[in-house]
Design a protein around this ligand. Structure first.
Ligand code: GLC
Length: 618
């Protein structure tokens, strides 16, 4: 036992040694506090020693194979535990279903303790070491992660580090006037400094939570609240905040999670006179987190939630020598995809995909069509301007379109945080509703339903064609539509994101087994695509990728090449058949989805159709 501990400490020490100088340097640069740094190192060692042997083994395996998450075998799904299966034990009992979905990465949406009536979907944490009572316990989490690992499933959880709930112990003590705790947040006794911040800091929730500060009548102070008034921003200028949050992070890592989603990471450092987004110090903190996890729990991946324009997103990967996040959301591609759906014009998407293709292959993106949040229309407006599209009117068009008011739209959904001042608004709905499944169902229009299902399938086929890790939004695998029930719940009614946060409909899910149902067509169709993706090497994350000009504005062509194997994807974003001639199609090709072969360069792609052509090498 003694020997083992020594060996174990040796491993920790050698990892620490590797990063110590840089970690210390960055820590001193931010905090200039040697004793707090020493405390951090001591606690890291403690967390390392507390880490169980199974996780330590996993650490070693993944440390040896740094490419483990860059293959073509990971498929994610994100869900709210209560919506999906009631509680954590319920999730464990649904692991067979997860496997039937070919999913081997589950993102459990926020499950830590949060006040029921002021939770922001769980993103207002009141205790980082306690699971919400209704969902289970830390022990349940450990059992769940262990059960997942046995089946080769990774588990992702949120680490909400920008703020705490106003019910968090620190916030309560700050509110009671304890200086030590007040210094962990941003307090101001009058409006002078807050109003200076307001001049340069944009608003996250302009309608549902305007402004960046909240006046606390009881203590006569303003507190900084970038998100909802009950989410108090943490002050990372205080090393106590950084250290304590890192201890929470390591505590959670030791419960067996594989992927930590760093929520709202661009916001964690504030400076007067700036936008308080993406500041240099944010990168210092993320880099430190990366090193801390590489020292204590190297099997962990950091997923940065950076919902920003591309030039702001990419720096969160860090550099190849000094990496920050392992994974980032491919947010611009996601928004551009829906723009393409609304315009039937692939030009901007092609350009966006080319930008992604030109990035270093080490960068791994998390690709998705929908998630728990709204879609903000963060597009490349400079390029759209060249096509005569203005930002404001185009956003208006997209929002009209997806609400079903404009163009040939069959989409259904709702606006989110429409800002009366800027005219800006974001959009909420499920993939299925945006594809027309909701409307076709209500209209009992079989033809329209068929088209909607085709579009949904085509979008997923295109999603799987991208490099990185595709993540499904739970319910999408059976085409679940919007849930308007949130309007009857006073705690949710003002937040239209709940339209796409409905409970999993297990009755409908049963229909997935029958091929003549919408659920069955999607579930089985996606299953087939997922298996293709996992079996074809050309889908590895580091494959060469490119797009091809098809000379048809509605048809996207994407290529992938890896070690002698080439796959060409064709996607028709319109409701008419398209015939195109592709240079690329010379020779014999087989469509991996249908098994058809083509021998010449002329190809007809049906309404919302797609192909995965693989060159037959004789
Ligand atoms: C992230 C979450 C979002 C939440 C916000 C505040 O953006 O995805 O749902 O409202 O952080 O924590």
């Amino acid at each position: 036992m003694e020997k083992r501990t020594n060996k174990s400490t040796e491993i920790f020490q050698s990892r620490l040694k590797k990063h110590h100088d840089e970690l210390r340097w960055l820590y001193m640069e931010l905090y200039d506090n040697p004793s707090m740094f020493a405390e951090l190192c001591d606690r890291m060692e403690q967390f390392y020693l507390e880490r169980n042997e199974t996780l330590k083994k996993l650490d070693m395996t993944r440390e040896k194979d740094g490419e483990w998450y860059k293959q073509n075998d990971l498929l994610g799904m994100m869900f709210y535990i209560d919506n999906f299966a009631g509680n954590m034990k319920g999730v464990e009992s649904r692991l067979d279903y997860i496997e039937q979905c070919n999913v081997n990465y589950i993102h459990l949406m926020p499950f830590l303790e949060t006040p029921k009536d002021r939770s922001d979907g769980g993103y207002a944490v009141s205790d980082f070491r306690k699971v919400q009572k209704e969902l289970g316990s830390m022990e349940d989490l450990e059992n769940l992660t262990a059960a997942c690992h046995k089946r080769g499933i990774c588990v992702c959880m949120d680490f909400v580090m920008n703020h705490t709930s106003e019910d968090h112990e620190w916030a309560k003590r700050a509110r009671a006037g304890e200086g030590e705790y007040m210094s962990r947040y941003f307090f101001f006794h009058d409006a002078q400094i807050p109003s200076q911040y307001e001049k340069t800091v944009p608003q996250v929730f302009p309608t549902t939570a305007p402004g960046n500060f909240t006046w606390l009548e009881d203590i006569g102070h303003y507190v900084m609240t970038t998100f909802y008034p009950y989410q108090w921003d943490l002050n990372y200028k205080n090393p106590r905040v950084f250290n304590e949050m890192m201890y929470h992070f390591l505590y959670l890592a030791n419960r067996g999670v594989d992927i930590i989603r760093i929520d709202a990471v661009p916001y964690i450092w504030k400076e007067l006179g700036t936008s308080c987004r993406n500041l240099r110090q944010v990168h210092t903190i993320v880099r430190m987190m990366r090193m801390i996890s590489e020292i204590v729990c190297p099997s962990i991946l950091l997923l940065g939630e950076v919902v920003m324009e591309p030039e702001k997103v990419i720096p969160y990967f860090g550099t190849l020598e000094k990496p920050e996040c392992h994974l980032l959301y491919n947010v611009t591609t996601m928004a551009t995809t829906w723009h393409t759906v609304a315009t039937r014009n692939v030009k901007l998407l092609k350009k966006q995909l080319d930008i992604v293709s030109s990035l270093p292959k080490e960068y791994v993106f998390l690709n998705y069509l929908r998630c728990h949040d709204d879609i903000g229309w963060g597009l490349d407006y400079a390029s759209l301007k060249e096509e005569g599209m203005e930002e404001r009117s185009h956003k208006q068009y997209l929002n009209d379109y997806f609400q079903g008011f404009a163009g040939e739209s069959n989409s259904r959904g709702e606006l989110y945080n429409a800002d009366p001042v800027t005219g800006d608004a974001r959009f909420c709905a499920t993939t299925a509703s945006m594809c027309g499944i909701e409307k076709a169902g209500l209209d009992k229009d079989k033809k329209a339903m068929e088209r909607a299902v085709r579009m949904d399938m085509m979008l997923h086929a295109y999603l799987f064609m991208q490099s990185g890790i595709p993540v499904l939004y739970s319910g999408d695998e059976i085409g679940q539509i919007n849930d308007y029930g949130y309007k009857n719940n006073p705690l949710k009614a003002s937040d239209s994101r709940y339209i796409h946060r409905g409970a999993m409909n297990w009755v409908l899910a049963e229909k997935r087994k029958r091929e003549d149902t919408v659920e069955g067509k999607l579930f089985q169709g996606l299953g087939k695509l997922e298996k293709i993706r996992k079996s074809e090497k050309a889908f590895v994350s580091c494959a060469d990728t490119w797009t091809v000009e098809t000379k048809d504005t509605a048809v996207l062509c994407m290529g992938r090449y890896w070690k002698g194997e080439k796959i060409t994807g064709l996607f028709n974003f319109s409701e008419t058949d398209k015939t195109i001639r592709l240079e690329e199609a010379d020779g014999e090709y087989v469509d991996l989805f249908s098994g058809w072969t083509v021998r010449n360069g002329e190809i007809t792609i049906p309404v919302y159709g797609f192909y995965y052509w693989k060159q037959v090498v004789s």
